[in-house]
Design a protein around this ligand. Structure first.
Ligand code: ADP
Ligand code: MG
Length: 291
């Protein structure tokens, strides 16, 4: 009997680095010998671009508009090192629900028993996390993904989006929804950024899975239309992504997060305003101010 793949959803604010991080995780897992599928669930439909040498693949919604009985080979494309790439797609701009693509994609892959047929080890959903729409909640709500990770920098808007996601996860956790594996802290270079993220995860009952620095290596790889794992496999940044991928592969215990309410979050953020200067000028302070 075919094994069940481990299904993971990666959420986060638009532009925060979800697709970059997810593609590097997929690439690193494939290099480690796993069979991986990455499903882009963002109407931008560019999740898998760097796994495909900079090339965009047709989306499930677009293909279905033209061909009602589309088969797996019309929807699934192989990229770097055999990673299976899927883009759910979005509605025409201004029309319909942006989450439709996800619902359609998930149903179709399920119907055709694709995960079993391809004998996948991992299915990773790359999901836009700052849109409040039922479709985007599907991987969490329906318990399709077992574990959710969120990409966040130390910027307030990214943390705000992560905190909203935590609220959604907590809400669906009583009905078999996915639980939270942790935060992938992206673009963490300055000491203050690490302090802020560490304090946020401590307060919301979660953890940082890995700190990923902002790196010119990522930019160079992206300009080549590649992941860092493919373009610069021996770089320090590739080592960070490999560690991150190994942690996600080994991860088993996800938890219900404890989001802050909006007022708490605001007060918490305001408390950091002076402290980030203190951290940067060396008057280091541990992460424990009260809210
Ligand atoms: P999202 O999928 O969340 O919308 P992307 O993964 O497309 O975001 O990233 C947005 C931009 O930020 C891209 O140009 C990407 O190369 C860049 N980026 C993300 N993470 C890093 C990083 N750690 N170092 C350098 N650039 C990064
Ligand atoms: Mg993206």
């Amino acid at each position: 009997m075919a094994k069940k793949p481990k299904q993971i959803a990666i959420y986060g604010k638009g532009g925060i680095g979800k697709s970059t991080t997810t593609s590097n995780i997929s690439a690193a897992l494939s290099v480690a010998g796993y069979k991986v599928m990455q499903i882009g669930c963002d109407p931008k439909s560019d999740s898998t671009v760097t796994l495909r040498g900079g090339e965009y693949i047709p989306t499930i919604l677009d293909t279905l508009r033209e061909k009602k009985n589309a088969k797996a080979e019309d929807l699934i494309f192989q990229g770097f090192n055999g990673v299976y790439c899927v883009e759910a797609g979005g509605p025409a701009p201004g029309v319909g629900c942006a989450g439709r693509g996800i619902i359609t994609a998930v149903e179709l892959l399920k119907q055709q028993r694709i995960f079993e047929l391809l004998d996948l080890d991992f299915v990773i959903y790359d999901v836009l996390g700052d849109v409040v729409c039922g479709g985007f909640a599907v991987p969490v709500r329906e318990g399709i993904a077992e574990h959710v990770f969120t990409v966040s920098s130390s910027d307030f808007m990214a943390i705000y989006a992560a905190n909203n996601l935590f609220t959604g996860i907590k809400k669906y956790s009583n009905n078999g929804g996915a639980l939270l594996g942790g935060v992938i802290a992206n673009s963490i270079n300055a000491p203050y950024a690490r302090h802020i993220i560490d304090d946020f995860v401590a307060r919301t009952n979660t953890q940082v899975v890995e700190y990923v620095p902002r790196s010119i290596t990522v930019t160079q790889a992206e300009l080549q239309g590649k992941t860092t794992i493919e373009a610069f496999p021996d770089s320090e940044q590739a080592a960070v992504y490999k560690t991150l991928a190994a942690r996600i592969a080994a991860h088993t215990e996800s938890k219900v997060p404890e989001p802050l309410d909006v007022h708490e979050l605001r007060r918490w953020a305001a408390g950091w305003s002076d402290q980030i200067v203190a951290v940067e000028t060396g008057e280091v302070r541990s992460t424990g101010q009260s809210i």
